[in-house]
Design a protein around this ligand. Structure first.
Ligand SMILES: [Zn+2]
Length: 411
């Protein structure tokens, strides 16, 4: 059996561990997460790691180096899932990191390797993502600990219920700061599959604008109001939505989505009086995103004016693009070349733990092809040959970093 197939089997084994009877579903410190940790702990210990769970619920395995470098290398991803999830999102990044340690056998590197399975990335239980990686980055504030789930249980209480201490979360941030963080993750999109490519280097995590846009006209009787005397908010919205699509099609790398519409009164026999919709706009270059959002706002105003509608705009989220560390991306690129692979560089349209950790350490990501681009779905898959390639790149990356870590040490 290839290593790739072994890792697929491990991911599928973890996918059986769920908070639900049907489908894979594990949230922050849930019963399913506890059982998942037991299995992953066994694999970590079998690979020679010392394992503990920190007070933000992150599973952490340490593989000691020879002591030359005080700073560890951090590798991993998240162990929580969305509802009715696939077997590989997040989990593969943890299992792959464990395998890289196992492949070292009795060899010691100049630095410790710390493999982390983050407790929370998806934002399902508390509607706010990245609880685990925020703790490692030292940014899990009181505000986050006070967030409540649908049952009214706070993050702090969930931590206590698991047998951990929420008063210690400030102590979780790694000291000394790691040399670097490396995250393997499935692409969760169709780009590599479409191009028949195995892996990609992530050079940026795209920035994101989310806004709420409202057009208001006049609701009226659908039968008695002549077409020329209407003020139809939904027709205005429709015109703008096609403009949103056109803008993205005309701008390389830009993705825009109107994913939610609330139509009032929302009945068959009334002219729509008001429409509230969301805009989600992403690009690797913040200036391109800002220019697009400004143009979309201007076009919404022009459309509203032309149709005698009133217009409102509310910014909901403005998240800057996060460049991955250029030196790390280059080191991964050399490792790939040593493995006989020439990898494209691409932006990630989705947020990842690496985005949070990039604020305090050099971070980079390697994407593995997602067959048919499917993710957040039970049909999510990964190919054994792609995992074997990722292991080859990861193994060479460890060799490269062992030779060059002195350039990375912080005094
Ligand atoms: Zn993920």
């Amino acid at each position: 059996m290839s290593n790739g197939q072994k890792l697929i089997d491990r991911c599928r084994e973890l996918a059986q561990i769920s908070d639900n009877a049907d489908g894979t579903f594990r949230t922050f410190l849930s019963p399913g997460m506890r059982r998942c940790y037991e299995t992953v702990t066994y694999w970590m210990e079998s690979a020679g790691m010392q394992v503990h769970i920190d007070d933000a619920g992150n599973l952490r395995g340490v593989f000691p180096g020879d002591g030359c470098c005080a700073q560890p290398l951090l590798m991993g991803s998240h162990l929580d899932t969305v509802r009715n999830a696939g077997a590989f999102d997040g989990i593969l990044g943890v299992i792959l990191a464990i395998e890289l340690v196992e492949m070292l056998g009795s060899r010691k590197l100049p630095f410790d390797i710390q493999v982390v399975g983050f407790s929370e990335e998806e934002g399902v239980r508390f509607s706010t993502p990245f609880i685990g990686s925020r703790a490692l980055a030292g940014s899990l504030t009181e505000e986050f600990l006070a967030l409540r789930d649908a049952a009214g249980i706070s993050v702090a209480q969930a931590i206590r219920d698991f047998g951990l201490d929420p008063n210690n979360t400030a102590e979780i941030a790694l000291k000394p700061v790691p040399l670097a963080f490396l995250e393997f993750h499935i692409e969760q999109g169709p780009v590599l599959d479409h191009a028949s490519e195995s892996l990609a280097l992530v050079d940026t995590i795209a920035g994101l604008t989310r806004a709420r846009v409202t057009f208001t006209g006049h609701a009226n009787h659908a039968g008695t109001t002549p077409m020329n005397l209407r003020s139809d908010a939904l027709c205005g919205a429709a015109e703008w939505i096609t403009e949103v699509e056109r803008t993205a099609l005309a701008t390389s790398g830009l993705v825009t989505t109107v994913g939610k519409l609330d139509v009032t009164p929302g009945v068959a026999n009334a002219v729509p009086g008001e429409v509230t919709m969301t805009l989600d706009c992403r690009h690797a270059d913040d200036s391109v995103r800002f220019t697009a959002v400004k143009a979309l706002r201007a076009s919404a105003i022009a459309i509203a004016d032309g149709r005698q509608l009133t217009f409102k705009w509310a910014d909901l989220l403005n998240q800057a693009a996060t460049p991955m560390h250029a030196g790390m991306v280059e080191l991964l690129n050399s490792a790939a070349r040593q493995s006989g692979l020439s990898l494209r560089r691409m932006a990630s349209g989705a947020g990842h733990d690496a985005m949070i950790l990039a604020a305090c350490m050099p971070a980079a990501m390697l994407f593995l092809r997602s067959p048919r681009g499917i993710s957040h779905h039970p049909d999510e898959a990964v190919m054994a040959e792609d995992i074997d390639n990722a292991l080859a790149v990861g193994g060479n990356f460890l060799k490269c970093l062992s030779q060059t870590y002195k350039q990375w040490e912080t005094s």
